[in-house]
Design a protein around this ligand. Structure first.
Ligand code: ADP
Ligand code: MG
Length: 446
């Protein structure tokens, strides 16, 4: 039996391909397997996690059994340092996640939820997406190997599987192998131990398309790298397509030069974190998948504060959905803050004047509801309040026009620009109005 950490990582990988939402709840958790009583103790972030995961226990045990051929009893508890939890009283609705399309078919580890058509293209991933598309269109004929690298949660695995799904659907006879480098390592070690290397080699070397996720794990195993090197050479000689993902560029990998130079022989693309606009688009897409309608200002708030990891961005939306129980009247920025905080107890909002605060103060001043300001109502005083709030946001903060538009009901930047210049002109021509604006500014700055 391998070390506990190794097993756990394998299991997490497996969960990730079988059930994405379950995998989100396991993020950042740790586990200890106790052989004596066949118990797997999982330590998670919060009571909310315990509560949710307990409902998935059977599924987890099954995945464990399928991965390791034996079944422990699973116990879930919070990790010691995060005992206090703000979400104790929240009940979570667990819905059955759709299983991947090919879960038990000929390509067991391909996650059919990761597709090109649900991948949002934006800054940071446009180039990588294009390269993946051309590889999927003509495997072995464009870039080979294709090497994709970038930070955690930016869509590398999504693109990798999208290639596989695309190729599979176009030509089901193509032999596709999807594997994490860690699993490759694990299987190679087992193959060596059980004298089954021939079998292992044959399996990988018969692939038309080999998709290797998280190649950085190969840094751990020298013998396995040797094995991979030969598989790699054999496949590329036969013009079979190889796609590799990594959390760092090939040159940063601590492996032999002959391997890095092989990796660099085709095309190398990186994925950078998405900008605000792309994050907003990803959130709307997730809303569609989750079948909920979340107000634009809440989308703006989540997109503003979760900016470097798309998995976390989507996960926050799911937590928000659960907290709100799908009720529109609960879907506020306050609740979004709570969702972020549950997932990341260290989250502190930057001390600055936020758009939501300006909206509140201006709404109060004009005696309207914040909801009205965010609505599409064109009533004169509501429209005026809305324009003043946009103007003040521009004056008092450094939000971009695009961000301001999003906070005010998903308006585009020209609408914001128009509002700002209108208020600007009024201030210049109307002394009374100018005094009003100054009064509001004083209230905001108080
Ligand atoms: P990585 O492998 O780079 O750590 P993943 O591919 O697992 O990241 O992506 C994390 C999550 O974010 C997945 O649920 C994935 O579907 C989603 N995701 C990443 N990029 C995009 C995108 N451009 N559009 C839609 N969803 C995305
Ligand atoms: Mg990944």
């Amino acid at each position: 039996m391998k070390s506990k950490e190794f097993i756990w990582q394998n299991l997490l990988e497996k969960v990730k391909t079988e059930n994405q939402s379950l995998s989100l709840w396991l993020e950042g958790s740790d586990a200890v397997y106790n052989e004596a009583d066949n118990k797997l103790n999982i330590f998670v972030k919060s009571n909310l996690h315990v509560k949710t995961l307990n409902k998935y226990k059977n599924e987890l045990e099954d995945i464990f059994e399928n991965t390791f051929n034996f079944k422990p009893s699973i116990n879930i508890e919070t990790a010691k340092e995060s005992k206090k939890d703000i979400s104790e009283k929240i009940t979570i609705e667990v819905k059955q996640m759709p299983l991947p399309l090919f879960s038990s078919g000929n390509i067991p580890s391909l996650n059919a939820n990761f597709r090109f058509n649900n991948f949002i293209i934006g800054t940071g991933n446009r180039f990588a997406h294009g390269a993946c598309m051309s590889v999927a269109e003509a495997p072995g004929q464009s870039y080979n190997p294709l090497f994709i690298y970038g930070g955690v949660g930016l869509g590398k695995t999504h693109l990798l599987h999208a290639i596989g799904t695309y190729v599979h659907e176009k030509d089901p006879s193509k032999k596709i192998m999807v594997v994490t480098a860690e699993k490759f390592l694990y299987e190679a070690v087992q193959g060596m131990r059980d004298n089954k290397m021939e079998e292992f080699r044959d399996r990988y070397r018969s692939a038309d398309l080999l998709l290797v996720d998280d190649i950085q794990y190969l840094q751990k195993g020298e013998k396995t790298r040797e094995e991979f090197f030969h598989t790699f050479n054999e496949l590329t000689n036969l013009n079979r397509q190889i796609v590799i993902t990594s959390d760092v560029a090939p040159s940063q990998l601590e492996i032999e030069d002959r391997l890095t130079s092989r990796f660099s022989a085709g095309m190398i693309v990186d994925i950078q974190p998405p900008d605000f606009e792309t994050r907003v688009a990803i959130l709307y897409q997730k809303c569609k998948e989750e079948n909920i309608k979340v107000p634009d200002n809440v989308i703006a708030f989540i997109a503003e504060h979760i900016n470097s990891n798309i998995r976390e961005l989507n996960g926050t939306l799911v937590t928000f959905k659960q907290l709100s129980e799908g009720k529109p009247e609960e879907m506020t920025i306050e609740l979004a803050k709570k969702a972020i905080k549950i997932r990341n107890p260290k989250f502190e909002q930057e001390k600055k004047i936020g758009v939501d605060f300006i909206q509140t103060v201006v709404s109060d001043f004009y005696n309207i509801k914040v909801q009205e300001m965010l609505s599409k109502k064109r009533h004169e005083n509501i429209a005026m309040a809305r324009q003043v709030a946009m103007y003040l946001t521009r004056e008092l903060t450094n939000y971009s026009l695009m961000q301001i538009g999003q906070y005010f009901g998903g308006k585009d930047h020209t609408t914001v620009m128009h509002a700002i210049s209108k208020v600007d002109n009024l201030i210049k021509s109307d002394e009374k109005f100018k005094t009003e604006i100054n009064e509001i500014i004083n209230r905001i700055k108080k």
